[in-house]
Design a protein around this ligand. Structure first.
Ligand SMILES: [Zn+2]
Length: 361
């Protein structure tokens, strides 16, 4: 544990609240840690008080799956340090795996009629969104994670279905064995670690009108552009790019909305088949088709965005934060916008660097 001063709700550089956290205080609970938890040191670069300590808490791994867990930890550590700015700041991170075996493998999938007894109680269909994967069992999460020092929490869910979630300063979740595992792992951590917003706006989400009109979002990578002359990533904009930046939005929206409709239908079909106990081969066939369509669409989106004259430029592109109008993102593409193995946009990358430096003095 380290001594930290937390500043919350900083608006216009004015601290509204601050709290000193003192590890020596008598109010710190010093109960024995919960038993039956194993710790794996995946990456060690120095003393916790000088590093960003990331705990990856295993969810839905049985005792027999310890070998898979270790392989998964190594696989995701490699994914993490492949991406900038983590690659250049590798020496600022400690990574730990924390393992309490689950009685059953996987996690809950209510809309599929499937429920598993697991260490953290993670579940799909959170807040009514089929791919949103969260746990509300904060007590178990904290009891298990307490075996290591941590600044940031991952919940690694042993599952092949596409799903995840990330809440700033709380935790993020991701599934290990979907074809988009790299994207899920890095995208969700962007939310929970650096307060990055979703830059996408076409797919269905658990929130409606998440960002009220006329209010500038707190996140660093989207803007309501209320004062175009004072764009919050002004220092990173490309020379000669107009603000807002007109792009091929109508064509993109038509293409993406068409796919989102198919995606919704096929997901509903899979859920129905599973609930009704359909033949496993039939379910597998539809699941494979769903994954194939997802890949095909992502390739099409990549090609579309790369063909734009604004590819690689920093401006203010309309369409972000679940809103097709009135919110803007910094670049055509980013790890917070579309699926795939791709970099952060310049604005997201800078925000992640600031977060890393904030923890590491
Ligand atoms: Zn971005």
């Amino acid at each position: 544990m380290r001594r930290k001063q937390l500043f919350l709700c900083i608006i216009q550089a004015k601290a509204l609240f601050s709290q000193v956290v003192d590890p020596a205080a008598t109010t710190v609970i010093r109960e024995r840690l919960v038993p039956g938890v194993k710790v794996f040191e995946v990456v060690r670069s120095g003393e916790p008080r000088r590093k960003v300590d990331v705990a990856i808490v295993a969810e839905g791994y049985t005792a027999d799956e310890e070998g898979k867990l270790k392989a998964d930890l190594d696989r995701f550590a490699a994914v993490f340090f492949k991406l900038e700015p983590y690659r250049s700041h590798r020496d600022k991170f400690n990574l730990y795996g924390v393992f309490k075996p689950s009685p059953e493998s996987g996690c809950d999938e209510p809309s599929h009629g499937s429920f598993k007894a697991t260490a953290l109680g993670a579940t799909f269909d959170s807040l009514g969104s089929e791919r949103y994967l969260l746990t509300e069992d904060n007590k178990s999460l904290r009891d298990i994670a307490a075996h290591v020092p941590y600044d940031a929490l991952y919940i690694m869910v042993n599952h092949k279905r596409y799903g995840g979630g990330g809440i700033y300063n709380l935790y993020c979740t991701f599934t290990t064995d979907n074809q988009w595992y790299e994207y899920l792992f890095l995208h969700e951590f962007g939310h929970s670690f650096a307060d990055l917003a979703d830059e996408y706006y076409t797919s269905e989400v658990a929130y409606n009108e998440f960002y009220p009109r006329g209010v500038e979002p707190a996140e660093p990578n989207i803007t309501a552009l209320l004062e175009p002359g004072r764009l919050k990533w002004k220092n990173l904009t490309s020379p000669g790019v107009e603000i807002p930046t007109r792009w091929e939005k109508a064509d993109f929206d038509a293409m993406d909305n068409a796919y989102q409709k198919i995606r919704g239908e096929i997901n509903a079909k899979i859920a129905k088949l599973k609930r009704e106990g359909a033949d496993a081969a039939e379910v597998a066939r539809v699941e494979e088709e769903s994954e194939r369509l997802s890949r095909e669409h992502a390739d099409k989106v990549d090609a579309f965005l790369r063909a734009s004259k604004y590819w690689g430029k920093v401006g203010a592109f309309e369409g972000a934060g679940y809103a097709a109008q009135g919110l803007y993102r910094p670049q055509l593409d980013c790890l917070m916008f579309t699926k795939g193995t791709k970099p952060f946009c310049k604005v997201c990358e800078a925000a992640v660097v600031r977060t890393i430096l904030n923890y590491t003095d």
